[in-house]
Design a protein around this ligand. Structure first.
Ligand code: GRF
Length: 196
């Protein structure tokens, strides 16, 4: 199962995927490349460190979506790679219908809350400020509704009374680093099915 990872930031989840592959824990999945809309994103360095192609593609002039001419470039570059699965790991752009249709039922996203609670930006902070005692992370199929596609799997994170936001974020990332590679592995060996 050929995989690409798309991200805009630190790339700790991409690193967890790449480490799992290196350690033989990613089933039949193989990461072909990492793409970022941010030229200086840490995610690109992680790709290089693990010997994977690291591609910066501009998404200008837009700031929060993939649209217009830039979207066409992204679609063409990724289609040329003939991949099976696109993993959004901290990709900070709204995906629009042309991109969704080009990779129909092939895109998964990681979100740092138990969806459908706390969609959108700052999922960890939203849950912390609400005061929930259990939160977690979600891997879901991507559709036209931001953070709204069918849930694939979730992991729980307990909020202890003495957790501050930073402590909660750290526990969340630990849970994410286990969940996302696990979902990719299970997709690759058929333990989780792609949608029909
Ligand atoms: C993760 O918390 C993920 O849930 C959210 O963005 C963050 C990306 O972190 N969508 P990283 O770049 O993988 O470290």
């Amino acid at each position: 199962m050929k995989v690409i990872i798309l991200g805009s930031g630190t790339g700790s989840n991409a690193e967890a995927i790449l480490r799992a592959e290196r350690d033989g824990e990613l089933g039949q999945a193989a990461v072909r490349a990492v793409f970022s809309d941010n030229e200086s994103a840490g995610i690109l360095s992680h790709a290089t460190n693990y010997g994977k192609p690291a591609h910066f593609l501009s998404a200008a002039p837009y700031r929060t979506k993939l649209d217009g001419e830039a979207e066409n470039v992204w679609i063409n570059e990724i289609q040329a790679m003939e991949v099976d699965l696109l993993v959004l790991a901290g990709f900070m752009r709204v995906i629009k219908p042309p991109f969704l249709q080009a990779f129909d039922k092939q895109i998964i996203n990681l979100h740092p809350s138990l969806l459908p609670s706390f969609p959108g930006l700052n999922g960890i902070r939203q849950a912390f400020e609400y005061g929930v005692k259990i939160t977690g992370c979600t891997v879901h199929w991507v559709n036209e509704v931001v953070d709204g596609g069918a849930v694939i799997d979730q992991a729980l994170v307990r909020v202890e009374d003495d957790d501050d936001l930073q402590a909660l974020a750290s526990k969340m990332h630990h849970a994410e680093h286990l969940l996302l590679p696990s979902v990719i592995r299970r997709l690759s060996v058929g333990d989780i099915q792609f949608p029909q």
